[in-house]
Ligand binder design. Structure first.
Ligand code: DGY
Length: 319
């Protein structure tokens, strides 16, 4: 029987489906280097996720049995693709099935920022709410505001559509090239080849580009300075797309109005300086965290495993 390792606890329905086909081992904590090396020598497939750092040193000096890393998640910046390629492993991911969940969460952050929902909730819970008055916790209008999307892929487009059709937002986007598909054209989304142009005009900026070497610290002190003082930054992609130190400074000095973050540079560590700011909303990497999406991600991994072990073309081959 084919042996599969899940590096974390998955939704039960998916584990059961996998168990009907494979010998499945579930690990429920980060693997040490020794555990990784044991796993690479014992399992036919390993299914890692974003919290597993699959680095080149794991592969050194061992005889590898594993032939595929079927990643549970769409982002794969935690996997060293050069090393996996050099050792003949295939790598797959789970696109599409978490698009709406992640865009919904980005929209949640946007709404919470504009309407000061995090602050308001803290005030009620702490017993400091003194009652209604005309100037209490005034936020900003979301309906009709402009949204700048950085990275107009699947999730960026879903976010644009929710914001435009749900809240009448004007969409600006920055991407490698303009998107010509009907959905983007129909919402009159404006392409900004120059990121500074988008940053200088958007009331809300939402990051949806993948995390990799070319996007690391894409939003740095210089870029933050290009944003308007009333604008908000939202990040549901990868933490290191934003220079966290520069972001904290921009927030502390009022260069931008606030930030909604679902991802962090050194997860799960979140700087104390961020936690102290009222103008931020902080979530623990919940982008795809709906039961429906997490089950669908598992089923997508299973489709990739099925294709791999029956010698078919891999639906979501990364490498
Ligand atoms: C993804 O799918 O990339 C999510 O961030 C979780 O890994």
């Amino acid at each position: 029987m084919i042996k599969i390792l899940l590096t974390r606890k998955w939704p039960e329905s998916v584990v059961q489906s996998l168990q009907s086909r494979y010998t499945v081992t579930c690990h429920n904590a980060p693997l040490s280097k020794i555990e990784w090396q044991d796993a690479l020598q014992s399992f036919d497939a390993i299914c890692p996720c974003v919290t597993d750092q699959v680095t080149a040193d794991l592969f050194a000096g061992i005889k590898i049995k594993t032939r595929i890393l079927a990643n549970y998640g769409v982002g794969y910046n935690h996997i060293d693709l050069v090393a996996t390629k050099a050792h003949g492993l295939s790598v797959t991911n789970t696109p599409d099935v978490l698009t709406d969940a992640t865009a919904d969460l980005a929209m949640t952050l946007l709404l919470m920022l504009g309407r000061r929902a995090g602050e308001g909730e803290r005030q009620v819970r702490s017993g400091l709410w003194s009652g209604w008055y005309p100037t209490h916790m005034m936020g900003t209008m979301i309906t009709g505001a402009s949204l700048g999307i950085i990275g107009m892929g699947r999730i960026g487009q879903a976010m644009a559509s929710k914001a435009h059709y749900g809240f009448g937002m004007k969409i600006l986007y920055h991407n490698k090239s303009p998107i010509k598909n009907g959905a983007v054209v129909d919402m009159s989304a404006e392409y900004c080849a120059d990121l500074a142009n988008l940053l200088g005009r958007a009331d809300f900026v939402s990051i949806h580009c993948p995390g990799n070497a070319s996007t690391r610290h894409l939003i740095n002190a210089q870029r933050l300075a290009q944003m308007q003082p009333h604008a908000f930054l939202i990040n549901t992609s990868r933490g290191d797309v934003v220079d966290e130190v520069a972001l904290i400074q921009a927030l502390q000095t009022g260069h931008i109005a606030g930030a909604g973050l679902d991802v962090f540079e050194h997860e799960p560590a979140v700087p104390a300086a961020l936690k102290q700011l009222e103008s931020v909303v902080l979530l623990p990497h919940l982008g795809s965290a709906t039961l429906q999406s997490r089950e669908a991600m598992g089923m997508r991994v299973m489709q990739n495993l099925e294709a791999f072990f029956s010698g078919k073309k891999l639906p979501d081959l990364v490498l």
